[in-house]
Design a protein around this ligand. Sequence first.
Ligand code: NAP
Length: 241
Amino acid sequence: MSKAFKDRIIMVTGASDGIGSHVAAALGAAGASVIATGRNEDGLQETLERIEELGGRCLCVPFDLTDFESYGKLFLSLKDQIPHLDGLVHCAASIDRCTPMQYIKTEAFRESLDINLTAPNMLTQMMLPLLKRAESASVIFTSCDMVDEDQTNWHAYGMAKRALAYAAAMWQSEHEDKPYRFNTLNPGKVRTALFKRTYGGMHPKEVPAPGSVVPAYLYLLSDASKELRGQSLHARDLIKK
Ligand SMILES: NC(=O)c1ccc[n+]([C@@H]2O[C@H](COP(=O)([O-])OP(=O)(O)OC[C@H]3O[C@@H](n4cnc5c(N)ncnc54)[C@H](OP(=O)(O)O)[C@@H]3O)[C@@H](O)[C@H]2O)c1
């Protein structure tokens, strides 16, 4: 296995399950030191064991991304352990079920915006000093098909995901000539717990396994994609490269 990410330090949110856990494992196998976050400690432990089996290194950081008051503490604990951050991959997201806008409750709507929109932006803000210390760095916000399709019933989740494309563009234009970059990546439909909860009408076997989109994340984290800045991208277009 090539060690293309040797000496790189990359944080992955949502690393306890689904796409995030597969991205974290692949990065570990490719030589990166992975900082894996999520709430479920058993899930994080599985990711750590997978990475170690593949000969990689992983630091598990159990953390609830909606606990915004603890972001400062998270930064302070990391800045003493790592010199810089070469990548930040936002995979954490949450949606219980699809609901038409006319029925969604205020509290559920706000909670959805917290994890799907506020958290990736505020975590990026908090980690910016560490991203600035890297020679070059790549931040990936994970979007979904609603980034450019007007699908029904996805309420705040869909709105948040569409807003992430704007977030990446805005972050980039506020840091135009810097060696760090921000992009949004739509993985497309992938067989995970989130997919099974939301796409009731589709059999999971009809969609690809989470490992299939990993090469797109790795490409976007690598220097080979350094021209991609502030863009909204789809995994299938990057995997072709
Ligand atoms: N699967 C698809 O078909 C699909 C399609 C388009 C886009 N996406 C996007 O791809 C990304 C990964 O999704 P997935 O399908 O892999 O989902 P998943 O299997 O449900 O994983 C979601 C991850 O988010 C973490 N998470 C949720 N709430 C959190 C919180 N409050 N604090 C910290 N971590 C939290 C979960 O960890 P804990 O429970 O341990 O906290 C879990 O690791 C998401 O951004 C999703 O929107 C997925």
